[in-house]
Design a protein. Structure first.
Ligand code: ADP
Ligand code: MG
Length: 312
């Protein structure tokens, strides 16, 4: 391709919100063999919401949610935000006794939360802290197991049911005893399945990588049409997954949106940051897909193929 052709392709990309960082990145994209997709916020909308809240003891639902929200209020994790939002809504609007408590002034977020100390965010696991002197753990099985907390059969069954319907189960323990579970759903992006089908037709293999558990990951992958899944990958492990696929010399692309994804975006032959993204993800990427639409992964590969195939 001539320098002019590269310039034209870069311009066409930019007009579609596909920012390409240089001619080399544009040229490499035609050879992509694997596209590794992050799950949360990339294949899914990244708009998690609580769908289930089950308490296994006699504690009232409103009280339970207030404790859980207090523990999660200091976390930046999308699951934590969904939980706090749900609990807040329940407290102010749905609780039988909520009528007199209108969310006003500063009370909207923090006024009803309990005192938290020794807060600890555990990446890939959840959070741990003390709420009003009681130890509270909110997170996945790994968090509970590592803390020596047993998961009763009844709880395990409930979590499995959530996971089989593509939801994430969040376990809650008070003082070393599991007392409740939240179910959280994050819908797929509307175009996701069509894009996966399109990639397969182009001879490109889609893969999904996530920190979420295997059962939820498989359910989501099945919905979207992805066969190859890597789940329960710790935040630092995504880059290792990329290197695994590169081993036989294959050209590998990573598509991701979060801070967690930037080492993987940097490790990939073609890193694609999608959506508003975080600055750090955008910096690590070779492509920035501004529209937050997965169709642009296909646009990016197409553009490269059309620009470079003629001279081969
Ligand atoms: P990803 O961004 O790939 O979905 P993360 O590494 O951020 O994965 O999280 C992996 C898992 O760790 C989540 O699916 C959840 O089970 C658990 N987790 C992490 N942070 C929290 C939190 N603040 N509250 C509850 N669970 C959490
Ligand atoms: Mg993500």
């Amino acid at each position: 391709a001539t320098p002019t052709a590269v310039m034209v392709a870069t311009g066409v990309g930019a007009n579609n919100g596909v920012l390409i960082k240089g001619g080399e990145a544009l040229e490499r994209a035609q050879k992509i063999k694997y596209v590794i997709f992050d799950k949360t916020g990339t294949l899914t909308q990244g708009k998690a919401s609580v769908t289930d809240a089950k308490v296994f003891t006699g504690m009232g639902r409103g009280e339970f949610l207030r404790w859980v929200a207090s523990a999660e209020a200091s976390s930046e994790h999308p699951l934590a935000k969904a939980i706090v939002e749900y609990a807040r809504h329940y407290h102010f609007f749905d609780e039988p006794s909520a009528t007199s408590q209108t969310p006003s002034r500063e009370s909207t977020v923090s006024g009803w939360l309990l005192d938290v100390s020794d807060f600890l965010a555990l990446p890939g696991r959840g959070v741990k802290c003390f709420v009003d002197g009681k130890q509270v753990l909110v997170g996945n099985r790994k968090l509970m197991t590592e803390s020596g907390i047993a998961i009763p059969d009844q709880v395990e069954h409930f979590v499995v049911k959530l996971e089989e319907s593509a939801k994430t189960g969040v376990l809650v323990a008070f003082d070393d005893k599991i007392i409740g579970v939240l179910g959280i759903a994050d819908p797929l992006k509307r175009e996701a399945a069509v894009v996966i089908e399109g990639l397969l037709k182009m001879g490109v293999k889609p893969v999904m990588v996530t920190g979420d558990n295997w059962r939820t990951a498989r359910a989501v992958a099945k919905e979207v049409g992805i066969q190859d899944v890597r789940a329960e990958v710790m935040p630092a492990g995504k880059a290792d997954v990329i290197r695994l696929f590169q081993k036989d010399g294959s050209i590998v692309s990573m598509v991701g949106d979060g801070i967690n994804d930037s080492p993987a975006l940097a490790a990939a032959d073609i890193g694609m940051a999608i959506g508003a993204g975080t600055d750090i993800a955008i910096e690590a990427a070779d492509y920035v897909l501004m529209r937050n639409n997965l169709e642009d992964v296909i646009t990016a590969i197409d553009l490269s193929r059309k620009t470079f195939t003629r001279i081969r």
